[in-house]
Design a binder for this molecule. Structure first.
Ligand code: ASP
Length: 341
């Protein structure tokens, strides 16, 4: 088909207008650093400041990247990398210990415009598992890689690898000792101690960029004293991590077995997509139902309109969000109640 000059100009003008319409979306990011029994009475002012400063660094770095026109994929990758590198959280440095006194890390990343995804499970030597999950998404034909194979792929991708002891922290080792004292399972028992204090600190981020694209990233050391190659919800797409531009992006933290069984992240987005529900309300519903079933934890959410929210059924969740309305950094449950979140 031959176009006249005027037709061609008006077509390209329409394209520009359309791309402005799509691009006219306020950017935003929400992050979490785990949910659990986080009580004000058990945290010193100094500890609280330390957590808040690290949450601020992660959320601000992610937001600044978005504000400069960067993608939601890059923003969630950056925010999660900051949290993985901090010993405060159960992801990367600071990951919890397995029963055998090692660390096995899980991570997942997903983009909402094409529902592309990458996940890794039980990796032991990759410094930033979220970078490996992203490489799986972008540089392999697969969605999920595990264990030794995932590490071979990391080597081929020239991702930074460390000795497993790099992930050690005294605080998490004490938690392992307490978990072992509290429960000495017989060899045939698969039970994992569900005390939220012992696994707290999974990290995650969800974001919307100026093109309206959503992304979600989550990274964890899993649950203290896990054994037998236990894998939690994080790398199971739709359980602990999910993104779809037609509904929302979600990153979760909590008792992973429940998140897998209840498909928490994709259930929230399904309620938005098929029931026309507001994402914040859908998240509240699913997290309330999770508690009824016996599962503790929380989620962070961003919907296709850029509304940022969170929901959790524990006394606290390390969390922060930033959009054009400003920055919010909170730890304890009562702060959200006061702010009406
Ligand atoms: N969801 C993680 C897992 O079960 C743990 C956590 O979020 O604290 O592996």
């Amino acid at each position: 088909m031959k176009l006249t000059l005027i037709q061609a100009v008006s077509l390209s003008l329409a394209a520009v207008t359309a791309s402005y319409a799509v691009a006219d979306v306020p950017v935003g990011i929400v992050i979490h650093g785990g949910a659990g029994t986080i009580e004000r009475s058990q945290m010193s002012n100094e500890q609280q400041k330390h957590y808040e400063a690290t949450l601020a660094e992660a959320v601000n770095k992610g937001y600044e990247l978005l504000a400069a026109g960067g993608s939601s994929l890059d923003a969630v990758t950056l925010a999660v990398t900051v949290l993985e590198n901090s010993p405060l959280f159960n992801a990367g440095k600071g990951a919890v210990y397995t029963w055998d006194e090692t660390h096995e890390l899980d991570a997942a990343i997903m983009t909402g415009h094409d529902r592309n995804a990458g996940a890794v499970a039980s990796v032991t030597t990759v410094k930033n598992p979220i970078l490996l999950a992203r490489a799986v998404m972008e540089k392999s034909d697969h969605v999920m890689l595990t264990g030794k194979g995932a590490e071979q792929f990391a080597l081929a991708q020239q991702l930074e690898q460390v000795d497993n002891r790099y992930f050690n922290t005294e605080f998490r080792y004490e938690a392992l000792k307490r978990a072992k004292q509290a429960q000495q399972p017989l060899p045939h028992q698969a039970a994992i101690v569900p005390d939220p204090n012992w696994k707290m600190g999974t990290v995650g981020a969800v974001a919307i960029d100026s093109k309206g694209n959503l992304a979600a990233a989550t990274s964890t050391g899993g649950m203290t004293a896990k054994r037998w190659g236990r894998v939690g919800d994080v790398p199971v797409l739709g359980a602990g991590n999910f993104a779809d531009n037609t509904s929302c992006a979600v990153s979760g933290t909590g008792h992973g077995e429940y998140f897998i069984r209840y498909n928490v992240a994709s259930d929230i987005c399904a309620r938005v997509k098929y029931q026309g529900k507001n994402a914040a309300l859908a998240a509240k519903e699913v997290i309330a139902e999770l508690l009824q079933a016996g599962g503790t934890g929380g989620v962070i959410v961003v919907d296709a309109q850029g509304e940022l929210s969170w929901a959790f059924n524990t006394p606290g969740m390390y969390r922060a969000k930033r959009d054009q309305a400003g920055t919010v950094i909170e730890i304890f449950a009562d702060e959200s109640e006061k702010a009406g979140n």
